[in-house]
Structure formats: structure tokens, C-alpha cells
Design a protein around this ligand. Structure first.
Ligand code: ASP
Length: 332
């Protein structure tokens, strides 16, 4: 099986500079020695996206650059498996974004990176890249997954959970797809979602994410929403509760929705299931037309919002899709 690697940047290929880590390692040379003597040695191709970036600089346009390269290679050879090398900081956003944009392709796509550069003693780069290759060529995967720290996780259920641990990522609301070992332990594949035909390319949209805190005032909330963005993701408490006794707070949300901006409510809890009508403190939001993100991660909800806006949806139409699984990003 052919494997195409899309290298986007990230710590994995970084080297020291006077101002901190920057891309610069000989990634292709390193891959050659990693794969030497294995069946993959002559069946790997690499695209390095230009410029290589720290993933903190990624935008929806970076997501689209990956989609474009991947589609071009999948069209040339539909048997290709894909490994994407990416910085860990926003890897979970990219993996969710790819999952929505690629539902029509049944190719395996595994994204990975590392906490330490490939050239450092004790780096996790080799283990992660090897695991990603194994997952991508296993014949058991279709769709987008993230391999890190010995686990294969669904690409749209993940969140970066540590800036230093080699586990790196968690999938708080969905079990791992597989765990390495001898042999690997694979779980039953989850429902793939209803898919999306002819996805329009990602474009960059104005989506604000607001964390509610005890004592937030209406004036502050209004200031954060001025001028009105195209969509709002409100990170509320618990199952989606807000300070509903703060005078005027739910009126602001109502006004935003009446102006055609979708309001999506997620939770600040790591493990969450947003149920807006469960408490009076969340019911007012539901009545105003806000929609809960159910058990999507913030990354999955944010990338989905950018995806739906890129498809030309807004307001109620966008809100309607938040509760429907496009690519397995929420539990049915
Ligand atoms: N800042 C890096 C990045 O996301 C962190 C990493 O790759 O681990 O590109």
C-alpha cells in the first residue's frame, strides 16, 4: 500500500533557534532512515506544505491546503493511505476539520506529531510516526484518526490534554479506536455520521468562543459580541448552564440570534453532554434559540462551525446541523 505523507510543520521537525524552536530538521532524511528495510521504504511520498508552520498559526485555509493535497493524491491513486505530520497545539482542530471535509473519501487518514523534536534523545517522534503508519496501513481504518502516545483516537473526538506528557491527547467522550500492543487492541468502529456531499472549501469565518466566568457582566458580554460575529460558541458551565439571573444576559443572546447569528453552547467540562433544558439556568438559553453542542469537544464544535459557514449556512440552518453527526463527531 502506498502512503502519502503531508508534512505541515510542528515540533516534530523543529530545531533550536535564538528565538526558540522553528521548523528546520531534515524530516525527509529522518523518514528515510526510519523506514529503511521496511515494506514501506519505497512506497512513501511526501508533500511539505509551504511554509512549514507552528500549528498555532494554522487557520481554516491551512486545513484546506491539507484537504487539497490529500484529494489530489487520492484522485491519482485511490489505494493511498495518508499520514499527516502536524504540530500538537491545534492538531485536534485540524483533525476535526479534515473529518468534515473528507466524508466522501473512504481512505485512511492518520494525523500525528510529537512533543519533542525528532532529533532529541528520548523523542516520541519515531513511536508516533511508526504508530501512524501502522494504523494507516492496517486495513481497519477509514476516515480521520489521530495517533499519539500509543493510542489511535477518532479525529473529531480529541482534545490536547497535556503540553508535555507523551499521551498528549484525550478523547473524553469516545473510546479509543485502538491501543498499541502485541497485537494492537481494536475497538468496534463507531457510526461514521451522515456525511457531506461536495463540500465547499474552507474559508475563514469570524467565530467567537466565549468562556463564561462567575461574575461576568452583560456589558462585558455585549462588548465581546460587538461587532456581531458570524457565529458564537458560548462555553458555559456543566451541562450548559449560564448566569441566568444576571439581568439582561439572556436578552443579549436572544438579540444575537434574532440578528441571524447562531449561538452554540458548549461546556467547560472536559467530559460533557450539554443538555440545555436540564436546569432553569440553561433553559432560558434553549428558549432563546441557542443550540447545545451535546458531547462534541470544543475543537469539533469550532471546526464544524467553520465548516458549516464555509458551506454557506448561517443562523438557524447552521444551528440545525450542530445536533446532527456529519462525521461521527457526536454520540447518536
Ligand atoms: N507549538 C508546536 C505546534 O503546535 C507544538 C507541538 O508541535 O508540539 O506546532
Amino acid at each position: 500500500m502506498r502512503v502519502h505523507i503531508i508534512y505541515t510543520g510542528g515540533t516534530i521537525g523543529m530545531v533550536d533557534s535564538p528565538h526558540g524552536l522553528v521548523p528546520g530538521a531534515d524530516l525527509e532524511g529522518w523518514l528515510d532512515s526510519l523506514l529503511a528495510g521496511t515494506p514501506l521504504a519505497r512506497s512513501v511520498t511526501v508533500t511539505s506544505l509551504a511554509p512549514l508552520i507552528d500549528s498555532s498559526n494554522a487557520t481554516p485555509l491551512s486545513w484546506q491546503a491539507i484537504v487539497d493535497d490529500l484529494r489530489a493524491h487520492a484522485a491519482a491513486d485511490p489505494q493511498t493511505a495518508f499520514v499527516i505530520l502536524h504540530g500538537t497545539d491545534t492538531m485536534a482542530y485540524t483533525s476535526a476539520a479534515l473529518s468534515y471535509a473528507l466524508t466522501d473519501l473512504s481512505v485512511p487518514v492518520v494525523i500525528t506529531g510529537s512533543q519533542l523534536p525528532l532529533g532529541e534523545l528520548g523523542s516520541d517522534a519515531a513511536a508516533n510516526v511508526t504508530g501512524a503508519f501502522q494504523a494507516a496501513t492496517s486495513g481497519r481504518l477509514s476516515g480521520v484518526a489521530l495517533f499519539f502516545g500509543h493510542r489511535l483516537l477518532a479525529g473529531n473526538r480529541v482534545t490536547k490534554s497535556s503540553s508535555w506528557a507523551f499521551t498528549g491527547f484525550e478523547s473524553p467522550n469516545a473510546a479509543p479506536l485502538a491501543t498499541t500492543g502485541a497485537p494492537w487492541q481494536w475497538a468496534q468502529a463507531a457510526s461514521p455520521g451522515i456525511g457531506w456531499k461536495d463540500a465547499a472549501p474552507y474559508t475563514r469565518h469570524d467565530v467567537v468562543v466565549i468562556d463564561l466566568v462567575p461574575g461576568i457582566t452583560v456589558a462585558r458580554l455585549e462588548a465581546l459580541l460587538t461587532p456581531l460575529p458570524e457565529a458564537v460558541i458560548l462555553r458555559a458551565f456543566g451541562v450548559g448552564n449560564v448566569p441566568s439571573q444576571e439581568p439582561g444576559l439572556t436578552d443579549v443572546v436572544e438579540r444575537v440570534i434574532a440578528a441571524g447569528t447562531a449561538v452554540i453552547v458548549t461546556s467547560q467540562c472536559h467530559e460533557s453532554q450539554v443538555l440545555l433544558g436540564h436546569y432553569e439556568a440553561g433553559d432560558a438559553l434553549a428558549r432563546s434559540g441557542a443550540v447545545g453542542s451535546r458531547d462534541m469537544t470544543l475543537e469539533a464544535a469550532y471546526a464544524k462551525t467553520q465548516f458549516l459557514l464555509s458551506q454557506g449556512l448561517a443562523g438557524d440552518d447552521l444551528a440545525h446541523w450542530m445536533g446532527r453527526s456529519i462525521a461521527g463527531e457526536l454520540s447518536q
